[in-house]
Design a binder for this molecule. Structure first.
Ligand code: PLP
Length: 374
């Protein structure tokens, strides 16, 4: 929570719930990543928060962009990035979207199977492709599971197939799971990547790049490793697995770039109980459908601040919609001041990433989460 955000909320007093993002924090985060991993190119994961002011700031600082769709590619281009600074990092693309990206000059694509390679070969001939390998997401608060990537052994075939199809078999990517608080989590995937590099080298294909993905944590309620700790652990792992044949590397921070830059202002709509002496239920004007989707399975636990100083008592925290899944914390209730009242304002920290874009368009008639970038 920065003074700039506090002053903005005091002076502008926006009506209704909103996210406020402080670009000075984003700038700081970018520079910290750059210092911690000076040999890696930074591709900001646009999906975390595609606000035009954030993209423009990062483009000006020299960032590149990891995009999941043609729409995100257009946002990055509009923000001032050149096509050379954009990758189409989604392993699941419509062929006509690959063609649209190719027409815009994008030349770097993610794949994780031969069918996707075939699409890229047809729609973006000669492009560079990197193959994503599976990661178990162990230790991450928001694991990305089996949906993306293939077994390392299969990645060898996928990249050979790409080479044979006239593409540039460029490298290997992985994602160790989002909000990954263990800096050593990259080690196993880097060992697999080095094996793939070696095997393909024997077969005459020289890969160039390892995409280390995102995963860098932002601070919620618990301490997290600094960018420096991630940088040191990752560099050590790269050196131990690749020896002196170091690959080019890129990182794709999303949450770590913008998470701590944002605060959601929300209002308490109702405080009630289901029975006398039962736990208190606190209902807010934001919930799972208004930006707090990552409370699914209570995965992400945000810091919540009230100006009241009463004793903290456990509360079930729920959103405003008429859907019973719209409950953020119930299994592990959230401590809130006993004197919290209807109409009180709460500030939810660490909400710069994966909030505005996850908010529904009009569920129950509520508008999308308003966003101010200052
Ligand atoms: N890169 C890719 C391909 C992703 O899918 C994601 C997130 O889903 C990211 C980067 C950003 O990850 P994080 O927010 O953990 O940094």
């Amino acid at each position: 929570m920065t003074d700039r955000i506090v002053n903005f909320l005091k002076s502008v007093r926006p009506d209704g719930p909103c996210l406020v993002v402080d670009t000075e924090v984003v700038r700081d985060n970018y520079l910290r990543f750059q210092r911690a991993m000076p040999d890696s190119r930074i591709f900001y994961a646009v999906k975390a928060n595609p606000a035009p002011q954030i993209l423009a700031l990062l483009a000006e600082l020299g960032s590149s962009f990891d995009c999941a769709s043609v729409q995100e590619i257009d946002m990055a281009l509009a923000a001032g990035a050149t096509a050379e600074r954009i990758s189409f990092g989604n392993t699941i693309k419509r062929e006509r979207d690959v063609a649209a990206a190719h027409a815009r000059g994008i030349a770097l694509f993610a794949v994780d199977c031969e069918a996707e390679v075939d699409k890229v070969a047809r729609a973006a001939p000669g492009a560079k492709v990197f193959c994503r390998i599976l990661c178990d997401g162990e230790g991450a608060e928001w694991a990305l599971s089996k949906k993306f990537g293939c077994e390392p052994q299969m990645a060898i075939e996928v990249l050979e197939h790409a080479h044979a199809a006239g593409l540039v078999a460029y490298g290997v990517s992985f994602h160790v799971g989002s909000q990954q608080k263990n800096p050593r989590a990259w080690d196993g995937a880097l060992a697999s990547a080095a094996d793939i590099f070696r095997t393909l080298s024997y077969r005459g294909i020289e890969l160039k790049m390892v995409n280390l993905g995102g995963g860098f944590a932002t601070r919620y309620l618990e301490d997290i490793p600094g960018e420096g700790e991630y940088g040191r652990a990752i560099n050590e792992a790269i050196r131990s697995h690749f020896g002196n044949r170091l690959p080019a590397t890129i990182i794709e921070p999303g949450r770590g770039m913008v998470g701590n830059a944002g605060v959601i202002k929300t209002e308490v709509i109702l405080v009630s109980q289901k029975a006398k002496d039962d736990i208190r239920w606190v209902y807010l004007d934001v919930g799972k459908f208004n930006g707090l989707a990552e409370t699914m399975d209570e995965a992400i636990r945000y810091p919540i601040r009230s100006s009241r100083e009463g004793e903290a008592v456990p509360c079930v925290l729920a959103g405003p919609t008429c859907d019973s899944v719209d409950v953020m914390y119930e299994r592990t209730p959230y401590p809130l001041p006993i004197n919290l009242e209807i109409g009180d304002e709460l500030l939810i920290g660490g909400t710069g990433a994966y909030t505005t874009t996850y908010a529904s368009v009009a569920f129950n008639g509520f508008p999308p989460l308003a966003s101010y970038v200052i």
